[in-house]
Design a protein around this ligand. Structure first.
Ligand code: SAM
Ligand code: SF4
Length: 418
């Protein structure tokens, strides 16, 4: 199969980084150094942090009990909502005094928040104690950036707007022995009007099926039983590959891996969840019957303004279709409250969809205005107090539905045992 430049894996670059890791290992071997990583945000970030951990432990760093006593402190940041950014600023402020006590402490910031020019300007101006800053596209270069920092004794800022290659074959440390996450794609092309992800994670790039299958087979060899496939919109998987394929086909390939017991994935976008995928899930003995299907809002008016490309009715029809084919499916969701232009009727629509879909759980978020997204410039931003009131209303129903589902599933479990 011919590899498209966009998804080419650079084994040469991985080899170069592995050489740097070995060089640092030798250089720091007598220093018994420690690290502490704090991860903000989603599962993608959590998985990225496993890669950072892998590199650091390969160099010889050992995990510290907390960041205040660590020699290398990393914040892997999130930009999806403003409060996560404020928490990072607050915490890097506190690290100033820890660094005064241990002047050799190295502080690194990475991840989505670092892809924003305003953040970089602020860091350079007000947070001169930060040593290393990198973004989402060059995470694999962390050892090289550390080496540069040690050699120059100057702050190292390295932010890329985009990156064509995927660099693999670097060490990674899993949180759980039996469970692992695997990226099947990077970036997003959907540009939901509230969301910063396409700007900070770049355009969609799918990995080749063979590379994904090989990685999972390797993990299974290493004792993994359950994998979580990660992508911002897994339904788009394969569209940018030269030999176009689909997420459902990828799942069928993964299903055949001997020794793998459970397959999960997130996140599918409701606008293009295919019949093919539902059929593959229904017939599979390994794919968990759980779909996280972010609705964001039940109002067709707001869904249009959010650029989601589905309506209240088409979402409900999709839920019906899924339940028809997978009767024991669990559906969970994400909901945003306080999107510009929202009124009481829109909230009623959302409440109706929650009741209809019987979500087993939902992440409910207060809309956060992200500079650079279209929604940030929309008229009719909603006052905070009103959003909170509506948020509580939604949350009450979500909790009620979760409890109902929980009781039902307990009963089902008892029934199947009895
Ligand atoms: N790609 C996934 C999708 O489309 O469902 C979700 C990725 S996003 C990082 C996770 C969730 O964050 C979204 O489903 C949405 O509910 C929420 N989110 C994104 N931008 C937001 C914003 N500006 N304010 C509040 N919540 C937001
Ligand atoms: Fe953000 Fe929408 Fe892409 Fe999800 S699909 S990451 S919400 S732009």
């Amino acid at each position: 199969m011919k590899r498209q430049a966009q998804t080419a894996i650079s084994h040469e670059e991985a080899a170069r980084q592995n050489e740097i890791i070995l060089r640092l290992k030798d250089r720091l071997k007598d220093e018994s150094l420690t690290y502490f990583i704090t991860t903000f945000g989603c599962q993608m970030n959590a998985h990225d942090s496993e890669k950072l951990k892998g590199i650091l432990e390969q160099i010889g760093y050992v995990e510290a009990e907390n960041e205040l006593v660590a020699d290398f402190v990393i914040y892997n940041t999130c930009a999806v909502r403003e409060n996560a950014e404020q928490r990072v600023y607050g915490r890097i402020g506190h690290l100033k005094s820890a660094k005064r006590k241990n002047p050799n402490m190295i502080i690194a910031l990475c991840g989505c928040m670092m892809q924003q020019a305003t953040v970089i300007t602020e860091l350079k101006k007000k947070h001169k104690h930060i040593d290393i800053v990198f973004g989402t596209h060059n995470l694999y270069k962390m050892a090289e950036l550390l080496e540069t920092r040690l050699e120059t004794n100057h702050p190292v800022y390295d932010i890329w707007e985009a990156h064509k290659e995927i660099v693999e074959d670097l060490p990674s440390i899993r949180k759980h022995p039996y469970k692992a996450s695997v990226n099947i794609m990077y970036g997003c092309n959907n540009f939901c009007t509230y969301c910063i992800v396409p700007y900070v994670r770049g355009r969609e790039r799918s990995r080749l099926p063979v590379d994904i299958v090989n990685e999972i087979a390797g993990l299974v060899n290493d004792g993994v039983k359950e994998i979580m496939l990660l992508g911002q919109n897994v339904n788009s998987y394969g569209k940018n590959l030269e030999e176009s394929t689909s997420f459902a086909k990828l799942l069928s390939m993964i299903e055949k891996i001997d020794g793998l017991e459970r397959i999960r994935f997130m996140t599918p976008h409701p606008k293009d969840l295919s019949d093919e995928l539902i059929d593959v899930m229904a017939l599979s003995s390994k794919i968990c019957h759980h779909i996280h299907l972010p609705v964001q809002s039940g109002s067709s008016k707001l869904l249009k303004a959010m650029n989601r490309h589905y309506t209240k009715e088409s979402y409900m029809a999709l839920v019906d279709k899924i339940r028809d084919k997978i009767s024991d499916v669990t559906i969970t969701t994400d909901i945003i409250v306080g999107f510009p232009g929202e009124d009481d009727r829109d909230i009623e629509d959302t409440l109706e969809v929650i009741r209809y879909a019987e979500f087993a759980s939902a992440f409910t978020f207060i809309y956060s205005k992200r500079t650079g997204t279209p929604a940030a410039n929309m008229d009719n931003q909603i006052p905070e107090a009103l959003t909170k009131e509506r948020f509580n209303k939604i949350l009450d129903l979500v909790n009620e539905m979760s409890l109902k589902k929980y009781h039902k599933s307990c009963w089902q479990d008892l029934y199947s045992i009895g």
